[in-house]
Every structure is written in C-alpha cells, then in structure tokens.
Design a binder for this molecule. Structure first.
Ligand code: SF4
Length: 249
C-alpha cells in the first residue's frame, strides 16, 4: 500500500502535544483561497512543480521507519501528526501504518476539515488521539465558496465528539469568507451546546506567497482583521461556550 506525501517536518511544536513529526498529505477537495499549502490541493505527484513541492509516493513500511526516527524526542506527549491537504482522504491506504503506530504506543494527531465521507472518520476514530478541526465556512448559503458541505462537516464533528473531547477547533479568520456576521453567528451556533474545550482563532498569514509563486499562481490578498475584531469574536465565543480555552494567534 502506498500514500502520497508532499513533506515530512520534524521537531514541530504547534501540531499537537509535545515534540512532533508532521506529515503533509497530498490532496484536498476544498478550495480555500487562503490555503497555505497550495501544493497539497492536487492528489497527484505533480512533475511540473519544483522538486521541494512535488511530493512523493511512500510505501508504508518505508514511511513508518522515517516517522519513528525521532522517537527519542517524542517523550510521553509527542508523536506523529497527519496534516495536508486533507490527510483523511488517504486513511484507507494508511490504516496498516496507523495500526502499527498505535500498537507501538505512538501518539497520533490529525489536522482536518472533516469534509470527507463518514467511513474515513470511522477509521480515524480507531487510532487518532487528538483532533485539530478547521471550522471554516459553515453558512450553508456560502459553502460553495470553498466547495464544502456544511451538513457533512457537522455530522462528522458530532461523530468525533461522541467518541472523544480531545479536539481543538481552529477558526481561520478571513474577511468576506469565514469572518462575516452570518458565518460567525453560525459558528457560535455550532459551538454552543457542544463539548468544545479548546478553540484557536487565527489570522491569515502570507508565508505561503513564495510557494504560490513557485507554482505559477498568485496568492489572493485579504483585508486585514483588526485585533479588536478578533477580541470581540473571542468574547462572543466565551459567552456561548462554558469554560472554553481560546488561543488567538
Ligand atoms: S482545507 Fe486546508 S488544505 Fe484544503 S484547501 Fe482548505 S486550507 Fe487548503
């Protein structure tokens, strides 16, 4: 069994507890204009991309050896984080490796937008210890802007929450997309009455600009969101979700 990966990053400190090795999978069916990993939208190894963004197919045994190279640094908390793209699209192929990591007691995190068929969520539920869930456009009248399915997202979110509360909700704050009154109200509605302990709010950065250029694309510009506006949404979340921990990046 093989999987397609663009990059493996070591010693990551922000992709889950402890020190982690993060794996970026190829392929995503959403179309977020602010995407910071545009090389991972395509499900294929793109020969026309520069070498460092092209990606590579990995045999699972080869990948397992690569991932556990830094095991001495993981200590009790650290481990492996699967990101993307949308890593869940490759979870059927990845399952033997997930099983082996779990049998050997490695901590597994994923970063996901949960916009995938429920059968893939069910694979994750067997092995994943911690979920970073992106909550983007959840206003159904605007879902087509990023090609998402809000009902599927909510159904999958509830499926994960039924199983674990080891979830951090990540909200990218993007003017005219996620950061509209209608969408923010909808986000509050979804967060309310659900077992959410951690939320991260973040502004869009332009670190991926050079990657866009290397791919012959232009990264769109977004109007900045003021710190006051970020603080307001933070306060609004706190009024509807009891005891939530909110980080504002
Ligand atoms: S879900 Fe993530 S990888 Fe997919 S387009 Fe959006 S930001 Fe990019």
């Amino acid at each position: 069994m093989k999987v397609k990966i663009s990059q493996i990053q070591r010693f990551c400190l922000h992709d889950g507890p402890g020190i982690r090795t993060t794996v970026f999978f190829k392929g995503c069916k959403l179309k977020c204009p602010w995407c910071s990993n545009p090389e991972n939208i395509s499900f294929s190894i793109e020969e026309k991309y520069p070498d460092e963004l092209k990606g590579k197919e990995w045999e699972l045994d080869e990948l397992y050896c690569e991932l556990i190279k830094d095991k001495t640094f993981f200590d009790k908390e650290g481990g492996i984080t699967f990101s993307g793209g949308e890593c869940l699209w490759q979870f059927e192929n990845l399952e033997p490796l997930l099983k082996k990591l779990k049998e050997n007691k490695y901590n597994i995190c994923i970063e996901t937008a949960l916009n995938v068929p429920t059968k893939l969520i069910d694979i994750a539920l067997k092995y994943v210890d911690f979920y970073y869930v992106d909550m983007k456009i959840v206003d159904p009248t605007k879902q087509s802007l990023i090609n998402s399915d809000v009902n599927l997202f909510i159904q999958n979110l509830d499926r994960v929450l039924k199983h674990t509360d080891n979830i951090t909700i990540r909200i990218p704050c993007v003017r005219n997309y996620t950061f509209t009154e209608e969408n923010l109200n909808r986000i509050l509605e979804i967060l309310k009455n659900r077992r959410i302990k951690n939320v991260e709010l973040f502004k869009i950065h332009r670190l991926a600009e050079s990657k866009y250029k290397s791919l012959g694309k232009e990264m769109p510009l977004f109007e900045n969101i003021l710190n006051d506006e970020m603080n307001q949404i933070k306060d609004r979340i706190k009024t509807v979700v009891k005891n939530v921990e909110i980080i504002h990046i």
